[in-house]
Design a protein around this ligand. Structure first.
Ligand code: HEC
Ligand code: HEC
Length: 350
């Protein structure tokens, strides 16, 4: 009898330990299915298609850990997720300009990170044209993470958890910048939002209220030439009528190309999840969607180099503004914002 009891408790122990180790191994929760790329219905072909960076659970998990790890910053206080918050579609709620290392304030509003593989360039001015290379920018920026790639690699090589995560992902013990950047790109590249009420409506799986329907109609006639469906951006650079902030003096695209007509034009942002990504514009000047819609509805206040296509918007009535905002809110994708695959991992490695 006694030995039977012992046998049972031994067995229970084994089960509990197995369960605990399962919980503690961050790669266990995510399966191959979770890191498989399928092009959402109606979306064009992506520019970055993982062909040269084959998706695996281990690489994705490595990328996710890196994304949320302060180890990428000089004084180990800032990670990518500090500025890019999942519940804000990876923008930063309530910060007009980004806040980085040593409490330094940046010069631009943190954009959402979503559907990045359909973009051909990154940042408000398109200064970076490769998703894999993009993280070098925040890591080395003196007011964001202020670190060097070389030093990040030294820190990672010293950290036994990363030694093992890199080995699991890349099958040997080499830790280099290419592997660091490719792993990060697996995480950022899979940040795909395609399951909002708008998507369900388009795929006839949900209905819109009358106000939302009217909003969609208005949107298509007045906004969609720049915020083109289904990504809600045509990836062009425009001046949407906002006047230059005289303290920031941000020239936008012009700073990258040196061409005068590009001055004060900025990448047309996607409007997916726009309800969650406030404040708005490259400098976060508008607090809410009401202010944004009021701006587009006030042609007399437009900057002198405003895009000519803004003319057709005209002055909107109160009802039109309400309908437009009701429609914009259908772009919120809760399954993306709460997707566990993208959440800050259970274990922190610092
Ligand atoms: C201090 C805040 C901060 C940190 C930390 C930060 N970012 Fe950003 N991120 C920004 C800002 C601000 C921009 C826009 C920059 C610009 O337009 O000049 C941006 C832009 C981006 C973009 C381009 C998005 C687009 O649609 O054009 C990507 C991708 C991105 N960040 C990924 C990352 C990754 C990966 C990390 C970590 C290695 C990171 N960020 C760390 C603030 C931050
Ligand atoms: C001529 C092209 C164009 C048209 C038309 C246009 N937009 Fe924009 N929109 C832009 C650009 C460019 C930005 C970013 C400007 C900046 O930050 O300097 C922007 C920014 C926004 C933002 C802020 C998004 C964010 O993440 O900060 C919202 C919301 C928005 N537009 C909604 C609308 C609505 C609603 C309409 C129609 C009434 C509209 N836009 C028409 C080009 C356009």
């Amino acid at each position: 009898m006694k030995s039977k009891k012992r046998y049972v408790s031994f067995f229970l122990c084994v089960i509990i330990i197995t369960l605990l180790s399962f919980r503690n191994d961050p790669t266990k929760k995510i399966t191959t299915k979770d890191v498989t790329f399928t092009n959402p219905k109606g979306f064009p072909k992506p520019n970055y298609n993982f062909e040269n960076n084959q998706l695996t659970v281990e690489k994705f998990m490595l990328g996710k850990n890196l994304f949320y790890d302060n180890i990428l910053s000089k004084d180990n206080t800032v990670n990518c997720g500090t500025c890019h918050q999942q519940f804000a579609a990876f923008a930063h709620i309530d910060h007009k300009l980004s806040h980085g290392i040593y409490a330094k304030i940046g010069t631009r509003n943190v954009p959402a990170l979503q559907n990045l593989i359909w973009k051909d360039s990154y940042m408000w001015d398109g200064g970076v044209n490769n998703l894999e290379v993009q993280p070098i920018n925040p890591i080395t920026n003196p007011i964001e993470m202020d670190e060097s790639i070389a030093n990040v690699l030294i820190k990672l090589k010293r950290d036994s958890t990363y030694v093992s995560l890199f080995k699991k992902a890349w099958k040997d013990s080499i830790i280099n910048s290419e592997r660091l950047l490719k792993s990060l790109a697996q995480f950022t590249g899979l940040l795909i939002s395609s399951n909002s009420r708008y998507d369900k409506f388009i795929n006839k799986k949900d209905t819109f209220s009358l106000s939302e329907k009217n909003g969609l109609k208005l949107f298509r006639s007045k906004c969609a030439n720049c915020h083109a469906e289904p990504l809600f951006t045509d990836n062009s650079y425009r001046n949407n009528g906002i006047k230059i902030d005289t303290s920031l003096k941000d020239m936008g695209r012009g700073k990258v190309t040196g061409i005068e007509k590009d001055n004060q034009t900025f990448k047309v942002p996607s409007l997916r999840n726009v309800e969650m990504t406030y404040p708005y514009m490259h400098d976060g000047r508008f607090k809410n969607l009401q202010q944004v819609v009021n701006h587009y509805s006030s042609p007399s206040n437009f900057s002198t180099n405003a895009d000519l296509s803004l003319k057709k918007i005209g002055e909107l009535t109160m009802l039109e503004k309400t309908d437009l905002i009701a429609f914009l809110k259908t772009l919120t994708d809760k399954s993306f914002i709460f997707d566990k695959r993208f959440a800050d991992p259970y274990i922190r490695y610092n």
